[in-house]
Design a protein around this ligand. Structure first.
Ligand code: E4P
Length: 222
């Protein structure tokens, strides 16, 4: 399973990259706004900065909701760097845009997926990736992870090559469950990735190893 970081924050992207486990980045208009990046030129420059840090796929989301607008924006974004993936919302014109970009050989990520039916349509339109939003489904008291399982089962039966990118990840357990449920990629905030590190027995075990080492060396050195 590939690991993407879900942020537009350059420091966090660098921190994840330094761990040696980073395969790509996803952003969205909310994440860009959170970093205070506004205006097309600044947004484009920010994507270029992200693409300088990360070799893998970097999802850049269009703002337009009409076909022509999405194509124009997407084509401009795709020219920024070789690893840009155009993020397209799951709407009717978005489906047309996914087909257009498939025919152009430009990779896409269909975002805001909340049902298996949407995932089928996006795959049929040639999306490179689909982003089911696990956490936001959980927030409505339904089971986000069940959606990953359903999409994985359907794509396997039907032979769809679209990758399942588990998104809206809120914690380390989501990452483990997404891995079990058949996600190809998981995109997470840095704190969820770092959450995978934690286990109290690791801390206790390391403390004991180091204490035993100190004690043995003190005895040996008199
Ligand atoms: C990623 O592609 C999505 O935009 C993101 O994971 C949404 O996460 P959120 O529900 O935490 O905003």
């Amino acid at each position: 399973m590939n690991f993407f970081i879900d942020t537009a924050n350059l420091q966090k992207i660098k921190e994840a990259k330094d761990l040696g486990i980073l395969d790509g980045v996803t952003t969205n208009p909310s994440l860009m706004a959170k970093e205070g990046i506004t205006g097309t030129e600044n947004v484009h420059n920010h994507y270029k900065e992200i693409c300088k840090i990360v070799d893998g796929p970097v999802s850049a989301e269009v703002i337009s909701t009409d076909f022509e607008g999405m194509v124009k924006e997407g084509e401009a974004l795709a020219k920024l760097a070789d690893n840009i993936v155009i993020k397209i919302p799951m709407i009717k014109d978005g489906i047309k845009a996914l087909s257009h970009f498939r025919n152009q050989g430009i990779p896409t990520n269909c975002t805001l997926i909340f049902s298996a039916g949407q995932a089928i349509l996006a795959a049929k339109a040639g999306a490179t990736m689909v982003s089911p939003f696990i956490g936001r489904i959980d927030d409505t008291s339904w089971d986000g992870m069940k959606l990953i399982e359903d999409i994985a089962e359907i794509y396997a039966i039907q032979g769809f090559e679209t990758q399942i990118l588990a998104a809206s990840i809120r914690n380390a357990k989501h990452i483990v469950d997404a891995a079990k449920s058949g996600a190809d990629i998981v995109t997470c905030p840095l704190h969820s990735i770092l959450g995978l590190l934690n286990h109290p027995l690791t801390d206790i075990g390391l403390e004991k190893f180091l204490a035993d080492h100190r004690k043995a060396n003190e005895l040996a050195n008199g």
